[in-house]
Every structure is written in structure tokens, then in C-alpha cells.
Write a protein of this length. Structure first.
Length: 115
């Protein structure tokens, strides 16, 4: 199983970023996918989830209305569109797949929101 995140960077408050997670090594269309994030000195927190088909999505309360998770099963890729970014969104963002009760993680991509 391999998960590779990309798309992070430095953005000003109220800006936008689009994160990508490229998956391989498993049947992507059979796995729900999630995004998590971890800020310095804080625990990793769940951001958003998407079902296998992409038909259902869920978000942490602080991300609702600003973040959108989506997936392309033909490309084995899951996305996180982040709008109206705030300084408190600064964190390392991780892609997650749970396969047969095992959690798999990418290396993360850093998002920094600062003026």
C-alpha cells in the first residue's frame, strides 16, 4: 500500500489549496478514504471522509462549508479542496486508508496559512 500526498504549500488567509493523494497497492475503489491533519504540538485530527463510491462525504465541524473531499476511482486518487483557509488550518495533512482493520498513511503534505 502506498499513499502519496501533494499540493501543500504556503497560502495567505482566505486563500485556497487543493491537495491530492495518489494511492497504489490496493483496490482503491473498495476502500473508503480519509484526510487527517496534525498541527505542531497537537494530536492528529480527522478532517474528512469519503465512501468507496464517493457518494457520501463527512467533515469535521470546523471544515464544513470550506473543505471538499472527492475521489476519482479511475485515477486511484482522492482530493481535498480547501477554501477560506485560516491560520489555524496550518498543519501537516495526511491521507488515510483503512484496509482489513489496518491503517495506512502517506508521508503528509505541509499546509501553512500565513500572511
Amino acid at each position: 500500500v502506498r499513499l502519496v500526498e501533494s499540493g501543500g504549500g504556503l497560502v495567505q488567509p482566505e486563500g485556497s489549496l487543493s491537495l491530492t493523494c495518489a494511492a497504489s497497492g490496493f483496490t482503491f475503489s473498495s476502500s473508503a478514504m480519509k484526510w487527517y491533519r496534525q498541527a505542531p504540538g497537537k494530536e492528529r485530527e480527522w478532517v474528512a471522509s469519503i465512501t468507496r463510491s464517493g457518494g457520501t462525504t463527512n467533515y469535521a465541524d470546523s471544515m464544513k462549508g470550506r473543505f471538499t473531499i472527492s475521489r476519482d476511482n479511475a485515477k486511484n486518487t482522492v482530493y481535498l479542496q480547501m477554501n477560506s483557509l485560516k491560520p489555524e488550518d496550518t498543519a501537516m495533512y495526511y491521507c488515510n486508508a483503512r484496509i482489513y482493520f489496518n491503517d495506512y498513511w502517506g508521508q503528509g503534505t505541509q499546509v501553512t496559512v500565513s500572511s
